[in-house]
Design a protein around this ligand. Sequence first.
Ligand code: BT5
Length: 292
Amino acid sequence: MPASRSASPYADLGRPPLRESALRRAFELTPGLWRDIRVVEETGSTNADVLAAATAGAPEGLVLVAERQTAGRGRLDRSWVAPARSGLTFSVLLRPAGVPASNRGWLPLLAGVAVADVLRRVAEVDAYLKWPNDVIIGDRKVAGLLAEAVPGRASDLASAHSTGDAVVVGIGVNVSMRPSELPSPTATSLAIEGAATTDRDPVLRAILREFSRRYVAWRDSGGGAGAGGIRAAYAERCLTLGQKVSVALPGGRRLEGEAIAVDLLGRLVIRTDDGDRSIGAGDVIHVRSSGS
Ligand code: BT5
């Protein structure tokens, strides 16, 4: 078939569009956390859109999927780049009322566990987590997550119907991206890794179901490190633990040592020459020791 420059979503047969009606039906049939699933052809950033909806008072359970983002966000003002329909880019709105703010840092880690597990089970790839929540295969990134918070209004918190603070979790998964399309030499995709499927629909459904299952178990048991077994589940899948690491801290300083644990707040504990230090944010490089 000749290459087509048409803008039709069906032009690239290897990248069929997602069907909003089918997704909505699937989740309406089994009512749960996800109450409102929307698929848009294009937007700037699904995180920005869901944050705006949260600020306007949207309830927990909104899912916004974009076939293409023109200003996808990464952490620390970086960007997330992916050709149209080459992957999944979506954000969900959570309002974990009852979970203390200090514990909400577990949410993106919990989402990472759900994504890694689904990529293992459905796509049959060897997915692990790199702290805090890159999903990696080998040492290349197949999925990234970004959590952003909106403080609740004082009037909400005082009311009997408090909706709690909002947390938006954005997830990007590279599905059919080809080597020539990779935005960074450290990126990979399910297709490049020889996954059992590159059909986005079942991968999206499975991520939503697994995320919801873990979130509800965690939230309903208080949202702490032990809640829903999240700390143990995270540690089991996190390749950073036990490694020599070099961490670029926000602000430009660097910390080197061995990553020995994830603490009760989801921070990475690093054993340095000056003692143990917990970090809540930063970019980790896994340092290969000589001879390995
Ligand atoms: C992340 O940031 O990994 C968080 C990415 C979150 C993206 C989702 S998509 C849906 C939702 N809406 C949004 O606007 N965002 C979320 P970070 O750890 O800062 O990684 C960003 C860095 O990864 C970039 O600086 C690039 O080097 C690299 N990168 C960019 N696009 C990538 C991709 N598609 N695959 C792998 N790496 C990528």
